[in-house]
Design a protein around this ligand. Sequence first.
Ligand code: ADE
Length: 246
Amino acid sequence: MKIDVVSIFPGYFDALELSLLGKARQRGLIDLRVHDLRESAHDKHRTVDDTPTGGGAGMVMKPEPWGAALDAVLTADDAGDDPLVIFPSPAGDVFTQAMARELADESHLVFGCGRYEGIDQRVFDEYASRGRVRLVSIGDYVLNGGEVATIAMIEAIGRLVPGVVGNPESLVEESHEEDGLLEYPSYTKPATWRDRAVPEVLLSGNHAAITQWRQEQRVERTRRVRPELLPWALRGDTRGRHAADD
Ligand code: ADE
């Protein structure tokens, strides 16, 4: 999978050199390129923002640097590639595990990280008229820019790319996967730590009993922490809460 990121803070993405994603990049499974938006700003001060037309607080990102940066990324594209451009935004569709699965099937993702009060609307309109564009939110809170949201999305999507996680079974037994329930609590050795014993059933060697206990824990935990996930999770609808709400 090819991923391009455009940002005025390329340093944020150093975190993606670590751990599983870093290894996947070294192994060529994920080709991630980070581009500094300021290099596409051609005035003396490399200006990327200006005051909002019509007045108001804060600054808006200018369209010209975005146009130059995105044109460069999109025209460098391989023939036949149909890139999806994602702008992280609190005004976008909410990112879910279902969306991560959908995006893991793409061959080329381009993330445009806005800052300040956002990007001039004409940038979205321009690229939506030329190809596929999505605004995506990682939750109902406001970040200072799209960088942290992009890192979260790349990590969630990247680990679903075949070969990135060594044991694909470990992807299935997780919160929000399979049947949409939260995951069961996990334990390792020692059997007792600070007077806290591992639940006896896990030491019993009875695999059917262990499977049943874990499933009960998942339902109980989901009921307690995220009751709104339960109705569709119990119906076995794996498309995700938001799809099921339609
Ligand atoms: N930019 C600022 N807040 C955001 C959010 N919640 N999700 C995605 N991008 C953002």
